[in-house]
Design a binder for this molecule. Sequence first.
Ligand code: FMN
Length: 182
Amino acid sequence: MNQTIVVYYSRKGSNKYLAKKIANSLSCESEQIRPWLNVFLLFLMNIHLGIKPLKNNIKEYDTVILCGPLWMGKLIPPLRCFIKKYFHDIHQSIFVTCCGSTDAKKDEKFGHGLVFKEVESILKDKCVFCQAFPIGLVLPDDQKEDANAFMKTHLNDENFKGEIQERFESFIHRIFEIKMQP
Ligand SMILES: Cc1cc2nc3c(=O)[nH]c(=O)nc-3n(C[C@H](O)[C@H](O)[C@H](O)COP(=O)(O)O)c2cc1C
């Protein structure tokens, strides 16, 4: 068994774009997490009714790359539900997010650093590593910290270049190295 799957949730498309790009680079499957009730307000209130069963059998994959956004400094309910539901089927997992928080602010209240700690504590030794692709990487310097600008920006073929592309290539390289390990 040396197979990888990218499992993702995306509301506005950036994490779907990222998930598809990862799957394409690794020539692997991808599948979207589909909540039973896709009501954003309920998510924000932390009310969630679970997710529909995945079509793929997670047990068959040695690596699950889990991809999705962060909201309010938290691991979002569809991703949390996925981990809870498939925990015993996951062999090892890599968590990846296209988020709003910058690297400089990762340890602040809404930063990805805190969510990574949460993911690591839930997945325990199944978590190989976590990787952020802050949307600010595709914004000009004067807009990197601008919440309005990053909320309106979504990853696409036009803006996925420069710093984000370099980070992406290192990320894929790291996965290949992990997969090469006995
Ligand atoms: C209600 C809401 C809350 C958010 N909270 C955070 C946050 O706490 N930390 C963060 O880094 N990004 C936050 N974001 C930004 C999203 O993570 C970011 O826009 C992400 O790229 C959206 O992914 P998607 O296009 O796949 O839905 C928030 C976005 C929304 C809509």
